[in-house]
Design a protein around this ligand. Structure first.
Ligand SMILES: Cc1cc2nc3c(=O)[nH]c(=O)nc-3n(C[C@H](O)[C@H](O)[C@H](O)COP(=O)(O)O)c2cc1C
Length: 167
């Protein structure tokens, strides 16, 4: 049977964490959270601006070392909030310089309605991987934690991951 790990980053409200945990629990897989060595401080608006600057210059912050060896998994579900139409910088750090050959990546992203080029950027960052069951979960446009995508849609996606990829 295929082995899966859910790897995610979450900052604002735990929106991405909520989806990551739901996926992990329903599939009985492993889970790992990406954390920055120097986490953001300041207000939401400060971080929105800092995030813009970091995304624009392709900054990849130092992340805490993780006991994740991709060799041990067939499927890696990668979760990130959308930051300025792409993945959060810490996720770019995680994806960088890893051997994705032969892996199946399940990208799942949260956003406030403007996903931009995030899925494509994840695909570019995981050269050599195959991609399956990508999912976009929309939360409210003001950056809050109200989920706009239906619970049933999220549930159906999780069922597909379980039955099609792990079955
Ligand atoms: C720095 C920053 C940039 C953001 N940029 C976007 C964006 O480009 N498009 C979008 O739809 N939402 C954007 N958002 C909203 C988040 O993607 C959304 O609230 C997400 O669900 C937060 O997930 P989290 O609680 O796991 O951090 C941005 C939020 C932040 C903090």
């Amino acid at each position: 049977m295929s082995k899966m790990i859910v790897v995610y980053y979450s900052w604002s409200n735990g929106n991405t964490e909520k989806i990551a945990k739901q996926l992990q629990e329903a599939t009985a897989s492993e889970i790992a959270r990406i954390e920055m060595v120097k986490p953001y401080s300041g207000s939401y608006e400060d971080v929105v601006e800092q995030g813009k600057e970091e995304v624009n210059r392709g900054f990849k912050p130092e992340i805490k070392s993780m006991a994740v060896d991709l060799k041990n998994y067939d499927i890696i579900a990668v979760g990130t909030p959308t930051w300025w139409y792409t993945m959060a910088p810490a996720v770019a750090s995680f994806l960088d310089n890893r051997d994705w050959n032969g892996k199946i990546v399940v990208p799942f992203i949260t956003n406030g309605g403007w996903p931009g080029h995030i899925i494509n950027d994840i695909k570019i960052a995981c050269q050599g991987a195959e991609f399956a069951q990508e999912m976009e979960v929309r939360f409210d446009s003001s950056g809050g934690n109200h989920m706009e995508t239906g619970e049933d849609e999220v549930g159906a996606w999780i069922t597909r991951v379980r039955n099609i990829l792990l079955g």
